[in-house]
Design a protein around this ligand. Structure first.
Ligand SMILES: Nc1nc2c(ncn2[C@@H]2O[C@H](COP(=O)(O)OP(=O)(O)OP(=O)(O)O)[C@@H](O)[C@H]2O)c(=O)[nH]1
Ligand SMILES: [Mg+2]
Length: 355
């Protein structure tokens, strides 16, 4: 699962990237336009609780990849940049976008538009995404129309029809995600990596004094927007584990924004986690909501999918009540499930397989 961080210059993208990934990429206004990629661990109290019981050699959390992508959303409509690289390669394969909208006012950090207005910036970046997609759609349409007229290839004709829908939606200023494409069409157009087709999570980067406010209070009406202070979070990420709780409490925060952002992206992308336990490793694994036990097995290793026999399943909650597999078995909480079983968030799985 990969998420691209976008937003205006000096909105705090790299700062947030550092906070999410524990990285130390260089920040600072107009920080050099570099692409950064990193990995964020998904905090999961279930992994910690299970590790306390199994005392494994290794504790592994699910992860999310983040890419901090500069040079997007400057709002310079029709800029020369919007040529072949209208959609940066680093974003083409992203599953979702995290848009940082700046709400902090800091005279030491000049705002590229001269004033702080997160709603305006949010709209500007959204428009930028649409314009970039338009450029890509237009270029492809031109060639495709010629080719379809000549060759009458049915696959190309289907692509042309889908692209025309995309273009119509973009022309109205609406994202590709509202073009009403069928699943098949979405699949057909996946290769383009249309930015406005991707799920979008908004992070409102507020000043330290304003982190208790809601997104709406900060002028952002976007549903599900996460309010955070990237600079605080960056500081927090550098602190020793033991000092983090005090630091958070000092700002009246319950948990790091990293957890909130990752959780929100999981929800946005319909991801859940299942768990595996043992003396070697306690681990959480991300899968799609609705995935079967067979898919889950495949997420661990292709051998487990190929040789799948059955899955032993117990919910983490039920397991914790007894505190051991034996207790779970005695209580009848441990079940045997087949390959079509739909895995639930927090299920502990043990795959029986034979290859
Ligand atoms: N006061 C304050 N400053 C912040 C906050 N977040 C980031 N900054 C500062 O703003 C400046 C720009 O932050 P960056 O993270 O480099 O911003 P960016 O979006 O990556 O900028 P570009 O890479 O130039 O597009 C840095 O000096 C940060 O320390 C915040 O929440 N409050
Ligand atoms: Mg940056």
């Amino acid at each position: 699962m990969k998420i691209g961080i976008i937003g205006l210059p000096a909105s705090g993208k790299t700062t947030l990237f550092n906070a999410l990934t524990g990285g130390a990429a260089r920040t600072g206004a107009y920080g050099g336009g570099q692409l950064h990629v990193g990995v964020a661990q998904v905090a999961d109290p279930r992994v910690d609780a299970l590790a306390a019981i199994f005392k494994p050699r290794k504790k592994t959390y699910a992860t999310v990849d983040f890419a901090d992508v500069p040079g997007l959303g400057t709002g310079e409509e029709g800029s020369a940049k919007r040529g072949a690289d209208a959609i940066p390669p680093s974003l083409q394969g992203a599953d979702a976008l995290l848009l940082v909208a700046r709400a902090f006012g800091d005279p030491g950090v000049p705002h590229p538009k001269g004033s702080v207005n997160p709603a305006r910036d949010l709209a500007g970046v959204r428009l930028d995404l649409i314009l970039r997609d338009m450029a890509v759609a237009e270029r492809r349409l031109e060639r495709l129309e010629r080719s379809v007229a000549l060759k009458k290839d049915p696959a190309e004709a289907a692509e042309l029809a889908a692209l025309k829908r995309v273009q119509a939606s973009l022309d109205e200023g609406k994202p590709v995600s509202s073009a009403g494409l069928s699943e098949e069409e979405v699949h057909r157009l996946r290769g383009f990596g249309f930015l406005s087709a991707k799920p979008l999570l908004v992070a409102v980067n507020a000043g330290e004094e304003e982190i208790a406010r809601t997104a709406a209070e900060l002028g952002v009406a976007e549903e599900g927007a996460v309010v955070l202070c990237a600079r605080l979070e960056e500081e927090l990420a550098q602190l020793p584990e033991a000092e983090k709780a005090d630091f958070l409490a000092g700002y009246g925060l319950e948990r790091p924004a990293r957890d909130r952002v990752v959780r929100a992206s999981f929800a946005l992308l319909g991801r859940i986690c299942f768990l595996t336990v043992g003396e070697d490793e306690v681990r959480s694994w991300p899968i799609r909501r609705g995935d079967t036990a067979l898919r889950a097995a495949g997420a661990i290793h292709s051998d487990l999918e190929r040789g799948f026999i059955r899955a032993e399943v117990v919910s983490c909650e039920d397991f914790m009540r007894g505190g051991s597999m034996a207790a779970a078995r005695d209580k009848g909480a441990l079940r045997l499930e087949g390959k079509d079983y739909v895995v639930k968030d927090g299920d502990i799985l043990n795959i029986r397989f034979n290859v």
